[in-house]
Design a protein around this ligand. Sequence first.
Ligand code: MN
Length: 502
Amino acid sequence: MKNLSRPVIWFVCGSQHLYGPGPLAQVADNAQTIAGALAASARLPLKTVMKPIVTTPDEITRMCMAANADAECAGLILWMHTFSPAKMWIRGLSLLSKPFLHLHTQFNRDLPWASIDMDFMNLNQAAHGDREAGFLHSRMGLARKVVVGHWSDPEVEDRIGAWMRAAHAWADWQGARFCRFGDNMRQVAVTEGDKVSAEMKFGFAVNGYGVSELVAQVEAVKPAAAEALAADYESLYAVAPELKKGGKRHAALVYAARQELGLRAFLEAGGFKGFTDTFEDLAGLEQLPGLAVQRLMADGYGFGAEGDWKTAALLRAMKVMGEGLAGGTSFMEDYTYHLPPAGGQVLGAHMLEICPSIAAAKPRVEIHPLGIGGKSDPVRMVFDGKKGAALNASLIDMGTRFRLVVNEIRVVDHADLPKLPVARAVWECEPDFKTACAAWILAGGAHHSGFSYSVTTEMLEDFAGMAGIEMARIGRGTTVSAFRQDLRNNEVYYHLAHGFRA
Ligand code: MN
């Protein structure tokens, strides 16, 4: 994936000096065993690094400040093997700016019933040591994830793994740059937003660039390079005969390759992690970029159409969260419905820009008219999304705060679509079509979304927690009346939690 660093997670064990040096050495040794097991686990996407145990306010404060200063540290796992009086943690945790996970585990899995004595009790006392820590975290109002269970339990690793993926995406956003070619689609509301608030809240910067700068990069592409990439397309995809070398519209395929190479050069030179464009501002581009955007998404770039920078940033975060997992992640739009009496389905697509990571089979590359934008016919990949569980996520700006809306869905089979030459997926919503759409609309979710088979609701919930924003989940068990009441409650909570910094 482009521009992706590989941070680590610090494993920090808290204790105190009450028990003498012998037990402290044992605490350190046990913590090393757990950290080593996490570091070696194939279920965990980031490497865990053991830090020296902390036993005093100064040690804790130095550790937290070092975590803040270390760009390689994406987050911390905290565990109190013994009792670690939590007032010692106030100064350090008040400074800590990295996400943390509170692992409520115990070194020993089974109680040694016949031999248990007070030495064992003093060593294995996370049952109350972690409660002391949890009180302080709650007292200080600190966002964190709490994971409970023995550290050898695969389910515990999966909870940690989801959090690590969120922490990776969060670290990736810090200092990230997103590029907007042109501005917003005219008059559209949901793709607008406050880029200053976003940078304060999320850590990424969004800035605009003239399409003329992109045109210059596209025109600078050497013809031989564009021909070579067009030949790659012919080997990778099922390219329509008219677009192949020798075909009557081959020049359009070569132009699509020029667009890709120009866009890549621009994005790489600027160190961008994602971008937007809009069909209303294409200046000297001959076509709306279709194939180029699809291939850049497949390489991990975030993308939002019609100037939708929030979806571009969210898609990048989801690409990072899902990295290495089966499935795929794409920009998506709820396009049209199938509404038989038995239950509704959504046909999701876009004019062109759907990522081939979600394709069920080898994409076809075709050329067809677009109908809007007034440019020449764009080349695009055409495919169906694979079947299976997925989700849609939408990041919206409510004016004084951001909200993440998530709907769990199932991509299903559908009839052939011989006259619809765009990439698409057909899905059913959880808990059902009517509830899901009503809840999504009541929450203000956009028509654009990040769509993924790889990212889970849990990852997004952890991610929203790190960002300090609301996540409104629509899935099994959701009812419109309870969902609406949650939105009302959250209006109050997030308004108060945000304070006067708006
Ligand atoms: Mn759109």
